[in-house]
Design a protein around this ligand. Structure first.
Ligand SMILES: Cc1cc2nc3c(=O)[nH]c(=O)nc-3n(C[C@H](O)[C@H](O)[C@H](O)COP(=O)(O)OP(=O)(O)OC[C@H]3O[C@@H](n4cnc5c(N)ncnc54)[C@H](O)[C@@H]3O)c2cc1C
Length: 434
């Protein structure tokens, strides 16, 4: 893990950290602990795996360098968007094969429903609302692509609806878009409350969760694996690595299978009625089709949360907020002069093929990562299926193929070149928006 990933012990000044009820920090693991499964990473992926394992009677220990929700999960936009991003269904079928595709398509289409059902089942208090997701098109070409993609997903049962510019304007409150797609299964959660609720559900079923416990070494032993932290060790038959954008080389080369990028977000003060009533009045979440996308949501206390692409320096300082404020005011002119009280961001993982990756590089070792910015619903699936695998499910029953840990070719170049690529993408977006 590089310097900027090491938790400082302070929460980023996110709206979520500000509005979630305070909970005591989980202490570090000390001494030697035996378990059936060790989960590394207490984000949505790791916590979902822990809950499923604990529910099935496994002894499960979760270790996080920071604490529950410290990574992307506690800072995310919290939009629960079903379906895989970027790739059309026909392309995904080619990549994973017909049999896996059937399972993957169904699982991915149902992923938002599955998350909302989980929240209901475990009565997790996280402001969950399934009021639909608006994916809006920034230009005619994007609109044509949306129509084609939606047909592919609707043929599989997605139930999305294409709408024109007047309806987009009515549902979003933004005059900036040509049209779009409504997906009624999307929604939003308070992500830090959800992560903490998931953790509490896992603990109530016997899981142990330790914060301040960076795993510095992972070794295979006769009986399984030993995960070593500064103050303790956990020995178990299985290990689940759920470190996504914060992955290091605990599993050799795992960090090189993804490109970490840094989405950032801003949130307003609660807005006066005459302003908030004009933005996302039906409670949809919204994201757009630009290469450098924006996404936004309206909060129960009348704030707007607006997100987009940012950058981070080696010390973890986030940049790009001025651009984001300008973009928010362009998309929603009603927000001009709003008081943006919170600014934060986190790290996510992009894969070369835009697919989430499930790996099993050695006996008893699993890793699931690479949600390409669509991780809220998909991490729930990944956590569940890694738990199922550790409980004995066969590979050919899982909705994702188990793939090799394969570094991205010329990854370092791609990481260094990213700021220029983003600049180029912003120019293309601007051109197409005109
Ligand atoms: C600003 C932002 C906005 C986003 N918006 C959306 C959105 O609206 N919708 C959507 O679907 N997705 C969104 N995402 C993506 C989504 O949040 C992530 O894909 C998802 O939260 C990933 O969850 P995770 O549990 O796999 O990883 P994380 O939540 O990142 O958790 C990884 C954990 O691993 C821990 N860790 C790493 N290395 C070690 C180690 N060696 N030892 C111990 N612990 C370790 C870290 O401390 C961290 O807590 C957004 C992300 C960000 C940052």
């Amino acid at each position: 893990m590089d310097g900027s990933a090491v938790p400082t012990g302070h929460w980023p000044r996110s709206l979520w950290a500000h509005t979630a009820p305070q909970t005591p920090a989980n202490p570090p693991v000390e001494g030697v602990v035996d378990a059936d499964v060790t989960v590394i990473g207490a984000g949505f992926t790791g916590l979902r795996a822990a809950l499923a394992l604990a529910e099935a009677g496994s002894r499960v220990v979760v270790l996080d360098a920071g604490d529950v929700g410290w990574g992307a999960s506690g800072r995310t936009g919290g939009q629960v968007n079903p379906m895989m991003p970027f790739n059309a269904p026909s392309r995904i079928r080619e990549m994973v094969g017909a049999a896996t595709f059937e399972r993957l398509a169904e699982t991915s289409l149902n992923s938002a429903d599955e998350l909302f059902t989980l929240i209901k089942t475990y009565q997790i208090d996280c402001q969950a609302r399934q009021k639909g997701w608006l994916r809006v098109a920034h230009g005619p070409k994007a609109m044509r692509k949306a129509r084609a993609d939606i047909k592919g997903w609707n043929d599989l049962g997605a139930q999305m609806e294409v709408i024109g510019s007047d309806e987009v304007c009515r549902l979003s409150g933004s005059p900036a878009y040509q049209g779009g797609v409504v997906n009624p299964r999307g929604g939003a959660i308070h992500p830090l409350m959800y992560a903490r609720g998931l953790a509490a559900a896992a603990v109530s079923r016997g899981a142990q969760i330790f914060g301040g416990s960076p795993v510095t070494d992972l070794s295979q032993t006769e009986g399984g694996w030993t995960a070593t932290t500064p103050k303790g060790q956990v020995r178990s038959e299985w290990v689940i690595v759920a470190t996504n954008g914060y992955s290091d080389d605990l599993i050799p080369n795992l960090d090189r299978t993804v490109i970490p990028i840094t989405p950032i977000q801003i949130a307003t003060d609660p807005l006066p009625d005459e302003v908030i009533d004009t933005i996302l009045p039906m409670g949809h979440t919204i994201s757009d089709s630009r290469r450098v996308i924006m996404y936004a949501r309206r909060e129960p206390d009348n704030r707007i949360v607006y997100g987009g692409h940012g950058t981070s320096d080696r010390q973890g300082n986030l940049r790009g907020f001025d651009w984001l404020v300008r973009d928010a005011e362009r998309v929603f002119p009603q927000l001009k002069g709003a008081n943006w009280t919170h600014r934060w961001g986190g790290r996510i993982a992009i894969t070369d093929d835009h697919m989430p990756h499930l790996h099993e590089p050695a006996k008893g070792l699993l890793a699931g990562l690479g949600y390409n910015g669509r991780g809220v619903a998909m991490s729930n699936i990944m956590g569940r299926i890694m738990a199922e695998r550790a409980l004995g499910a066969a590979h050919d029953t899982l909705p994702l193929p188990v793939t090799k840990v394969a570094p991205i070719p010329m990854r370092q170049l791609k990481v260094f070149g990213l700021p220029w690529v983003v600049k180029g993408m912003k120019m293309l977006d601007r051109w197409e928006t005109r």
